[in-house]
Ligand binder design. Sequence first.
Ligand code: ADP
Ligand code: MG
Length: 342
Amino acid sequence: MSDQRSEISKLGEFGLIRRQAERIELNHPTTVKGIGDDAAVVKAGDKHLLLTTDMLLEGIHFDLRYVPLRHLGYKSIAVNVSDIAAMNGKPAQALVSLAISNRFSLEAVDELYEGMRLACKEYGVDLVGGDTSSSASGLMISVTLTGFAAPDKVVYRSGAGNNDIICVTGDLGGAYAGLQILEREKEVFLSNPDAQPDLQKSDYVVGRQLKPEARMDIIHEFEELNLVPTSMIDISDGLASELFHIGSQSGMGVKIFEDKIPIDHQTYETAVEFRMDPITFALNGGEDYELLFTVKQSDLEKIKNHPDIHLIGHMHAAKGEHVMITKAGHQVMLKAQGWTHF
Ligand code: ADP
Ligand code: MG
């Protein structure tokens, strides 16, 4: 190690991971894919095993002043299932590691586990182990999830081809809208503890923030339709950031159309209320856990009338040129913001 000290913030989260990934050698014959996708891929008999892990930290990823523990437990499983879905796989086993302080009662831990139990039931996951430690500060939950897929069905971020159609499921920006509402109501409450939170007219977006669902329904439909997307990623850091991953790992450019991006009316109204552009919520808000994927033009028939799949653009051969055509018809360069934790 040299004496030099560089700030992590200079590289950002993705730069930091890329830097370490470049230095890591893969030697095991069963390792198919290491760092760089939504899950690692490992040979396991006639199937591929998918491995993913996600950590949730109090004060960084959640605020217990408005996140119920049961929801937090559910979310800690769902966000991992979302990464397995993004590989076109099916989830199987979960390992749960907790760091917890004596601030939490037995009942509180029961609530957290009840949420995890519900999510495991919903997604067909067995909770098979984990680790427990005391924590000097906040609560930490780290979940590792396995999944399986047939080797020829695994979908990577890197497979998008020229002219492939870019699709997203559901609607975008809702979870970020919900976060804005919850943060605002928290401030109101802190300044006046008698105030009642005004959440009713924001029920949809608050739900998007507090109780995200992984889109396993779409993965099952792909199977029924005999459709294998050419590339896929889940939308955890905002559409723009995920488009950059698909574009750069596929060595292509992306072109999307602003008027095709699905935004729920409550998300739209919340953005307006906060004097922000709704499209910014969709492009740069996080935690929607929808799927972004590409399909060949020849597969368009299979999905074009699907009520919950939106065709938002297409890939093009100009590598690194990631653009959006605005409602006014102007072409703007997309910026990948993602989340910077540092
Ligand atoms: P996602 O948002 O899909 O969970 P991330 O952006 O967290 O993906 O991670 C991208 C890739 O980097 C994944 O392959 C993940 O396993 C890997 N990764 C993230 N953090 C680390 C780390 N500290 N060490 C090694 N690999 C990491
Ligand atoms: Mg992911």
